[in-house]
Design a protein around this ligand. Structure first.
Ligand SMILES: [Zn+2]
Ligand SMILES: [Zn+2]
Length: 215
């Protein structure tokens, strides 16, 4: 399994574009979130050798523009997609996407591929879903903004097995203890305490940005 960050507040390689938001690709067929800007998203993909027409599923963590802004430009390139969105956002999306694009309301946990699942809607105030990728090493969790709280995400992800890695926006997460058994920690996008996380987990910490590839 290969995870490629295609949109983030930071870049790791020259020539790629940073922007407030997040998006990453699982292998070449599942896109998690779409960043804030479609032009930058597609440009980053092109520079990373990713063909948007290979994408089969788009999972949106939540309805905020910094995670959904690139969707319409992506759909212009590839309509043959299934888009998984939480209830409130899928209601809004219904009138925005072409008939050929399948919209799936993802309130409950769902299976996207044989080894990729969603946590379903988590949280109370701003609801959000995370992505669960299963591989030989364990559970790899991908978060959008983690508005629902890392605690809830870790509980939901642990049902799939031992958590090996976590990547994505960690928001205001500061209860570092709950990640102490995780082997790979790559906070990005909206994470408030990136520096503190790097200090608390020197061995596990992986610097995130557009162009990061985790295999
Ligand atoms: Zn958000
Ligand atoms: Zn965000």
């Amino acid at each position: 399994m290969k995870i490629t960050v295609v949109y983030d507040n930071e870049v790791l390689k020259r020539g790629l574009t940073a922007g407030w938001g997040f998006s990453c690709l699982i292998d070449n067929d599942i896109l998690f979130d779409t960043g804030g800007d479609g032009v930058a998203l597609l440009d980053n993909m092109e520079k990373l050798g990713i063909d948007p027409s290979d994408i089969r599923s788009v999972v949106l963590s939540h309805g905020h523009g910094d995670h959904t802004g690139g969707l319409s430009d992506l759909i212009e390139e590839n309509q043959d997609l299934s888009v998984y969105a939480l209830t409130s956002f899928s209601k809004w999306l219904k009138n925005q996407i072409p008939a050929k694009t399948k919209l799936v309301e993802a309130r409950k946990p769902m299976q996207i591929r044989k080894d990729v699942f969603t946590t379903g809607e988590l949280g109370t105030c701003i609801k959000e879903q995370s992505l669960i990728c299963l591989n030989k090493r364990g559970v790899f969790v991908i978060t959008g903004c983690a508005h629902s709280g890392m605690h809830r995400i870790v509980i939901a992800a642990s049902k799939f097995g031992e958590i090996y890695g976590v990547i994505g926006g960690f928001h205001g997460f500061s209860d570092f203890d709950i990640l102490k058994r995780v082997k790979l920690i790559s906070p990005c996008h909206c994470t408030s305490y990136k520096r503190e996380l790097a200090r608390a987990f020197p061995k596990q910490y992986v610097r995130c940005g557009v162009g990061l590839v985790i295999e």
